[in-house]
Design a protein around this ligand. Structure first.
Ligand code: ZN
Length: 304
């Protein structure tokens, strides 16, 4: 599942290859990926055809392409989505869902006359999707509730620390709360918690400010490292901007390592169920929190 570094690789790839291009044709090959667009597949295509892409931006795991009319093409890769840029005559992918014909203007020193490329949205499981956000060039209203991510220069560390320390739910849950901080998925949350030696069920209000700052720093560390590695998958003939970084195989200390020795203390790592996924941690480096001295059980979810 693409996490923030992978989505940032996608954004950077789109910036490099698609900005300045005109969407000469738009073909929706399956209705599901555009299900959140109220215009329907045909309206989606009509709203985009002829527009020019003016940028490539991101918030958390959403990316968007601002268009020359002030609208934006907003996307999410879901579990298995890919954005591919390549020659129009490249073989069609089995799970190709939306196909954009790009017309590139004549750049300085570029070929005489417009050249053409395809931008393809490929998604096997179709949890991801695309929509046209009206007036969304600056920030699509569909994602305006999502907090900035920790790699965003405008992320407010002090405010994050304050908000975490006011909450009673487990800190892993808080790391995955898109209203507090975006882009930290399950894998990076486990890795950051392992590095900071904090158990994911430690309540936010039981953490010191220094611990929250350390956790934030560790989240940035793992995401930046993944980003650096993800950036290498780019200079191929058929540019794959899905950001398969190889990070997962090489650099993980906690995630997916149940029963393997901790890289710090050699204790066997544990796995516990977490929502519909798993959490991996070292029981020695990341001791479980003591129970709160109340008679009522801790709430499973935060009060809204
Ligand atoms: Zn350990």
């Amino acid at each position: 599942m693409p996490e923030l570094p992978e989505v940032e690789v996608v954004r950077a790839g789109l910036e490099r290859h698609v900005v300045g291009a005109r969407l000469a044709s738009v073909a929706v090959l399956h209705p599901r990926p555009v299900r959140r667009d109220v215009r329907g597949p045909e309206g989606f295509a009509a709203a985009l055809t002829g527009r020019t892409v003016t940028g490539a931006r991101r918030r958390g795991k959403y990316f968007w392409l601002p268009l020359d009319n002030g609208d934006a093409l907003l996307g999410h890769l879901g579990m298995s989505g890919q954005m591919l840029v390549g020659p129009t005559d490249a073989p069609v992918e089995r799970h190709l869902r939306v196909r954009f014909g790009l017309e590139l203007g004549r750049g300085p020193g570029g070929p005489a006359g417009p050249s053409t490329l395809d931008l393809r949205f490929v998604d096997q499981r179709m949890f991801g999707g695309l929509l046209v956000s009206a007036d969304g060039a600056e920030l699509p209203r569909e994602i305006s509730h999502i907090a900035r991510d920790p790699l965003d220069p405008a992320f407010d560390d002090d405010e994050f620390v304050r908000r975490v320390r006011r909450r009673t739910s487990g800190v892993k849950r808080l790391l995955l709360d898109q209203g507090l901080i975006s882009g930290v998925g399950n894998i990076y949350a486990d890795e950051a918690l392992w590095r900071a030696r904090i158990h994911g069920e430690r309540p936010g209000d039981r953490l010191t400010a220094a611990q929250v700052r350390l956790l934030l720093a560790e989240a940035r560390h793992v995401m930046t490292a993944a980003l650096a590695q993800g950036g290498t998958s780019f200079d191929t003939l058929y540019v794959n901007v899905n950001g398969e970084s190889g990070y997962f195989d090489r650099s993980l200390h906690a995630y997916g390592r149940e029963g393997e020795p901790c890289d710090r203390c050699a204790t066997a790592l544990r796995r516990v169920a977490f929502t519909n996924r798993s959490s991996f941690f070292c029981p020695r480096c990341q001791p479980a929190p003591r129970r709160r001295r109340t008679t009522a059980p801790a709430p499973l979810t935060d009060p809204v």
